[in-house]
Design a protein around this ligand. Structure first.
Ligand SMILES: Nc1ncnc2c1ncn2[C@@H]1O[C@H](COP(=O)(O)OP(=O)(O)OP(=O)(O)O)[C@@H](O)[C@H]1O
Length: 258
């Protein structure tokens, strides 16, 4: 007698992660320079996505469109459920408090101590936070980047890697849902660069933040990305996990992993 056919067990489908940042069919040109042409990308809650592109391919333009510093000609950007093109100045400002931006230059205020640099976004964006909590919030953010001892130092007294960490702490103090990292390892020596890569992962795991990272440092891409999106000729040419993309035969993809 034939054994009964094994019954397929119903599998629990994991719920699709919530989309927290969606870029749909974005176009941005400067005169005849068509930088973004039908660029689309979605980031889900808790994932790190690296946008990898050659120099001048439009990575910074993309980030500037996302945070509303540049206006695209066509397409839509939805951040935490809000279409950025529809937001007035105040609404955009409120949204920016939930979207941390780590500038390539770090953008620390040189005339302020580390503590004052961290208090700055707190007082600007969290108008109703109890003053008594400020010290604790500053120290928590500094501990997150292992630099609690630098609170009273000036940025000029810190190394490049330390300044990068402080810039990240200044972003973290507002507990952002999303962090945009602009070339986070550029200008750092390889050892310090890898420390920053690990810190990006630690932040992701500790706070469940979503990150969009733009980079052309392949070690950074490999270590920080859950998913890589290739920006080629203005659009998202391919996307996938690093290991998968790095094995593709397409010459336009191979160029990045050679
Ligand atoms: N405000 C602007 N006005 C005119 N052209 C601009 C402006 N901003 C960017 N561009 C052009 O857009 C293109 C993409 O620039 P972008 O800075 O986004 O490149 P990128 O991919 O970030 O490069 P890199 O890796 O070198 O930083 C370049 O040709 C640049 O000259």
């Amino acid at each position: 007698m034939l054994a009964p056919e094994p019954q397929a067990q119903p599998t629990a489908t994991p719920p699709a992660a919530e989309a927290v940042l969606t870029v749909e069919h974005l176009y941005k040109s400067f005169g005849d320079n068509h930088v973004l042409q039908d660029f689309s990308l979605t980031l889900h809650r808790g994932e790190n996505v690296v946008v990898l592109g050659k120099s001048g391919s439009g990575k910074s333009v993309l980030i500037k469109c996302i945070i509303g510093l540049l206006r695209a000609e066509a397409g839509r950007i939805v951040v935490l459920g809000q279409d950025v093109a529809t937001l007035d100045h105040e609404a955009m400002d409120r949204l920016r408090a939930k979207v941390g931006f780590l500038f390539q230059s770090n953008a620390l205020y040189d005339s302020m101590t580390v503590r004052e640099n961290l208090l700055f976004p707190l007082r600007r964006h969290w108008l109703d936070h109890p003053r008594a909590q400020e010290g604790e919030l500053v120290m928590q953010a500094l501990e997150d980047v292992s630099l609690a001892h630098t609170a009273d130092m000036m940025p000029a007294e810190l190394s490049g890697g330390m300044r990068k960490r402080i810039a990240l702490a200044r972003t973290l103090i507002l507990r952002p849902d999303i962090i945009l990292y602009d070339e986070p390892t550029t200008g750092l020596d390889p050892v310090t660069a890898r420390e920053i890569d690990h810190l990006i992962r630690e932040v992701q795991h500790k706070y469940g933040t979503t990150a969009l990272i733009i980079s052309h440092d392949m070690s950074c891409v490999r270590l920080t990305a859950d998913r890589v999106a290739l920006l080629v000729e203005g659009r998202c040419y391919a996307e996938g996990p690093y290991d998968e993309l790095s094995h593709r035969d397409d010459p336009k993809i191979r160029e990045f992993f050679a």
